[in-house]
Design a protein around this ligand. Structure first.
Ligand code: NI
Length: 227
């Protein structure tokens, strides 16, 4: 499932993050890549553990934890501290699949990357090119979102960032281990949650059918959750 989550950060928050990020020490992006990905990658990143990246990442995670759409869709077990990338003219990232397992440098724990996410920190008018293209069973989807918007997609997907031809594209990217490993099961739970919320707004949360459906949602999650 590909899901756009608008307004994870407000425009003011994006602007203040960009002020601190733009002044930080950017390095060659291949420092975080796996072997195959490094062959296709041309961009810059903030070093993992850089204090500016840590602070900005914590702000993003705090916003995500308060976002009901993100929580419902990702069912996060662990969110890895966000990383930051920057693509200038002629930079891009060829088709690749992200590494399956990554280490959280703060805790030393390894996580399984079930979901990948990109949070756009540039406005679409700031650059040409730079589309994130994600392939799923229905074909290739290109996204270029407003600053502060997020795209969430299965980490199993082949994806790429097309070369920039004007301006610069700055973004945060990170991975999530979900409580529910299967993308199919997670998507079923998300659809069910959205339908329950919508019905509940019409008939009231205390309607017996809503209470029963909500119970079924939690019982399915209980079946599928891995802690
Ligand atoms: Ni990637």
């Amino acid at each position: 499932m590909l899901l756009q989550i608008p307004g994870v950060l407000g425009k003011d928050q994006v602007a203040s993050l960009r002020r601190v990020l733009d002044a930080a020490p950017w390095v060659d992006g291949n420092l975080t890549s796996g072997y195959q990905a490094a062959l296709a990658k041309k961009n810059r990143q903030l070093p993992q553990g850089d204090p500016v990246a840590r602070q900005a990442g914590a702000e993003i995670v705090a916003a995500l934890e308060k976002n009901p759409l993100f929580t419902s869709a990702a069912l996060p077990h662990t969110i890895l501290p966000p990383l930051f990338n920057r693509y200038g003219i002629s930079e891009g990232f060829g088709a690749h699949v992200d590494n399956a397992v990554r280490t959280n440098i703060d805790t030393g724990r390894r996580i399984r990357t079930d979901l990948s996410a990109t949070l756009f920190l540039s406005e679409p008018d700031d650059y040409d090119g730079g589309e994130l293209t994600i392939e799923d069973t229905y074909g290739a989807h290109s996204v270029k979102l407003e600053g502060g918007d997020l795209i969430l997609y299965p980490a199993t997907s082949l994806h790429s960032v097309s070369a920039i031809t004007r301006g610069e594209r700055v973004g945060a990217f990170f991975w999530i281990q979900s409580l529910v490993r299967s993308d199919v099961s997670r998507a079923l739970l998300f659809d069910m949650d959205v339908a329950i919320q919508s019905l509940s707004a019409k008939v009231g949360a205390d309607d017996l059918a809503i209470v029963s459906l909500t119970g079924t949602y939690h019982n399915l999650l209980r079946q599928w959750a891995e802690l």
